[in-house]
Design a protein around this ligand. Structure first.
Ligand SMILES: Cc1cc2nc3c(=O)[nH]c(=O)nc-3n(C[C@H](O)[C@H](O)[C@H](O)COP(=O)(O)O)c2cc1C
Length: 485
């Protein structure tokens, strides 16, 4: 039997749209694991189409989707009639994720995830993964199915306990209905299930699909152990991510404490116990500032098969971050004037979220104060059981009145930012409201962002994914010294 070698380098899945098909494709073609972010791909596809699909990539990939009757309504709904994008109008909304998902939303999700993976894999033989977040549950089944229709090689999932995913992958591969238990606050012991049935989608027998390898992203060996126990044989390995990684972080263990800057205080108990990971017997990759000098060697010496790297890829030429924001960040990095704040409140999930402190973005309280608190993307909404037994949705970053009317506590809204709209704006897909006001961007990155200066060779303010791979494998220059995190 031929067993594929495991990748040494994984390019982190960075949402929304930062790890896009171009970035994943570039890394995959170089022989490493290129990963697309599966977060909000329905919105991303809908908005790219409304922008007139520059380069024609969305339409080309949709042309390869196996069911034309799914694709045509999507094009009719989101692609401008004359192909020319409207400069001033708001984007037409994609449906918000919900438990009782409508058929057209499910189809949009399947098609959008197919498109991103298809383009990353198009006419090349490298491996491609998709990153999904456990806490964003409603789109998961459709997203996985779309990615699998496009032949995705790996599924990477963190931000929660993804213990149902191996069974879901087994069901989808064999064309059986897949079921996912989802959280609805206030339900007590009652469970809520979502089901996706490939037979219904195909209106007949579904095609056989390749089973992707599954890699959960964890921050503790306890979680890894429980996942391994639940699904022995169905886990290809673990990504072990620490609190210096970009995006959301696991909260510190024990009672919540803040440092002098108001960031969550992490201590030795929060460091992953690598000795126990080694004893677990599964392959593992280390993530979180593992791109400094000697860090790959350090990871290998600790028993890891490799590393997952985010921040350097997030700001390379191929990533989805808008070019002007990349330049603004890299210029600040080159001048030594960049700061990343681990915000304990910003995310409506209550998880710490890293925010690059950057003029003109939601990191500034004036910019934040200038936006209307609306929830119109809804990825991080909490589903809750209403008194009439139906399911409602609330987000701690929406209008305070709305949140409180839905039974949320006003104090939970303090300091919350709209991560969904901010991240979409960061990748050039920000909403414009009816008064013509643009949603401001929100940039996230790992604690070691400052060290990107070592990728800025010859005083330039850009570098490619291939530069990142080359430098990572060759080791950063000696003069970098030990990265401070
Ligand atoms: C811009 C950005 C967005 C990220 N978004 C996600 C995400 O959506 N899901 C996820 O599992 N990890 C996310 N991460 C974490 C990365 O996948 C990766 O584990 C992390 O960046 C590794 O640490 P490093 O940035 O120091 O290399 C994100 C990281 C960055 C920099």
């Amino acid at each position: 039997m031929n067993v594929d070698p495991l990748p040494r380098l994984i390019q982190g899945g960075m949402g929304i749209g930062v790890s896009n098909w171009r970035l994943a494709r570039a890394v995959s073609k170089l022989g490493h694991l290129g990963v697309v972010s599966g977060t909000a791909l329905d919105v991303v596809l809908a908005r790219r189409l409304q922008q007139g699909d520059p380069g024609g990539h969305m339409l080309r990939a949709l042309g390869h989707f196996p069911r034309l009757n799914v694709v045509l309504p999507i094009i009719a709904r989101f692609y401008p009639a004359n192909g020319a994008p409207s400069q001033k109008e708001s984007f037409r909304a994609a449906p918000m994720p919900r438990l009782d998902m409508l058929k057209d939303h499910e189809e949009l999700l399947i098609a959008a995830n197919f498109v991103e993976v298809y383009l990353a894999r198009e006419k090349q033989s490298g491996v491609v993964g998709i990153n999904l977040m456990e806490k964003i549950q409603f789109p998961t089944l459709a997203a996985l199915y779309g990615a699998m229709l496009a032949g995705v090689d790996y599924v990477l999932m963190g931000a929660g306990i993804p213990n149902h995913i191996p069974a879901v992958l087994d069901a989808l591969v064999s064309g059986q209905p897949a079921t996912l238990k989802v959280d609805v606050a206030g339900s007590g012991d009652a469970s809520h299930l979502m089901t996706f049935d490939p037979w219904k989608f195909w209106q007949g027998p579904p095609p056989a699909l390749k089973k992707p390898k599954f890699i959960p992203i964890v921050s503790s060996v306890t979680l890894a152990l429980s996942l391994a126990k639940k699904s022995p044989g169905n886990i290809a390995g673990f990504i072990v991510e620490d609190s210096t990684a970009g995006g959301h972080n696991a909260p510190p263990r024990g009672p919540a404490k803040l440092n002098a800057r108001g960031e969550p205080l992490y201590g030795p108990r929060d460091l992953p116990d690598l000795e126990r990971f080694r004893k677990l017997g599964y392959p593992f990759w280390l993530a979180g500032s593992y791109w400094g000098p000697g860090k790959l060697e350090e990871a290998l010496a600790a028993g890891a098969v490799g590393i997952q790297v985010g921040t350097p890829f997030a700001f390379c030429e191929e990533s989805g971050i808008a070019p002007e924001l990349k330049e603004q960040v890299l210029k600040a990095v080159s001048e030594g004037k960049i700061d990343v704040f681990t915000d304990p409140l910003a995310s409506p999930t209550g998880f710490p979220f890293k925010i690059v402190q950057l003029e003109g973005t939601v990191s500034s309280s004036e910019v934040e104060a200038g936006r209307n608190r609306v929830c119109d993307i809804g990825l991080l909404r909490q589903a809750y059981l209403k008194s009439d037994g139906t399911v409602g949705y609330r987000c701690a970053s929406e209008s305070v009145n709305d949140y409180v009317r839905k039974g949320g506590k006003a104090e939970n809204t303090r300091g919350r930012k709209c991560i969904c709209n901010g991240l979409l704006a960061t990748v050039g897909l920000g909403q414009i409201d009816s008064s013509g006001k643009f949603e401001p961007p929100l940039v996230t990155a790992g604690d070691s962002l400052m060290h990107l200066r070592y990728f800025l060779r010859r005083g330039s303010l850009s570098y490619s994914a291939a530069d990142v791979v080359e430098i990572l494998l060759a080791g950063l220059p000696d003069e970098v010294g030990v990265m401070q995190t």
